[in-house]
Design a protein around this ligand. Structure first.
Ligand code: PEP
Length: 255
């Protein structure tokens, strides 16, 4: 099945009002050249409204980097409800990024609950999975990813997951300049697709699986050319409009 490419920028905790304005204007100016690609940016939450306004009418999609596990308003200081993200124009939300898992206590169970909360709010969850270097070296990559996916399936009925996007992000490749080889990425993406297909063949077929981990303009095309790679989750290179657009162009030029 042919799946539309999605290229998502994770800005992490970088930028300010002025730099974001320049970045978004630069991105929007190049979107006409990549009409086949869905292009999404996930800025820090404080800038969502300003970016939504700056990108209005451009087709640039807006997402958040995280959301609360709760599904209703309440006394949860510092948390942001999925419906609040939706309210300010988000269509997507990153869930279970390895930095959240490693630094902020997002366990498999919390991540599964956040996927549920995202879907309940009408947001597309981009579920991040991936192994550490030690896990890869111990030949545990598939076991780790199976555990991360199965935790989500345990809480979310498969019928609710039509919108789900999965991002394979080997932890050893994030922000390190080390990229998985196209073959390494393809092998894990095929494993993810098979794992989902085992519970729902149609969902396995339609599922979009992004690769993330030091994707740059010069390596994007060879990764995106892999059968089971449907786009990218881009950190560092999404902070430069020209680099991000070059990565989008690599997706645009696929089959
Ligand atoms: C990320 O933050 O999800 C990421 C993939 O970062 P980078 O592209 O910088 O490795």
């Amino acid at each position: 099945m042919s799946r539309q490419y999605l290229v998502a920028g994770n800005w992490k905790m970088f930028g300010n009002m002025a730099s974001n304005q320049v970045l978004v204007e630069g991105m929007c100016a190049g979107l006409d050249a990549v009409p086949k690609v869905q292009v999404l940016v996930c800025p820090p939450a404080t800038y969502l409204t300003a970016i939504q306004q700056a990108a209005r009418g451009s087709g640039l999609l807006l997402g958040a980097q995280n959301l609360a596990a709760q599904e209703k308003e309440g006394a949860f200081t510092g948390e942001i409800l999925g419906s609040m993200l939706k309210d300010v124009g988000c269509s997507h939300v990153i869930v279970g990024h390895s930095e959240r898992r490693a630094l902020f206590g997002d366990t498999d169970a919390v991540v599964a609950q956040k996927v549920h909360a995202a879907l309940a709010a009408g947001l597309v969850p981009i579920l991040c999975v991936g192994e550490t270097l030690a896990e890869r070296e111990a030949d545990a990559t598939e076991a780790v990813i199976a555990r991360q996916i199965d935790a989500v399936l345990a809480v979310n009925p498969v019928a609710s997951l039509a919108a789900l996007v999965i991002a394979y992000e080997p932890v050893w490749a994030i922000g390190t300049g080390k990229t998985a080889s196209p073959e390494q990425a393809q092998n894990v993406h095929a494993f993810i697709r098979a794992r989902i297909a085992a519970v729902d063949a149609k969902l396995g077929d339609s599922l979009r699986i992004l690769y993330g981990g030091s994707v740059k303009p010069d390596n994007a095309a060879s990764i995106f050319a892999q059968t089971d790679v449907d786009g990218g989750l881009i950190g560092g290179a999404s902070l430069k409009a020209a680099d991000f657009l070059a990565i989008c162009a690599a997706a645009q030029s696929q089959g």
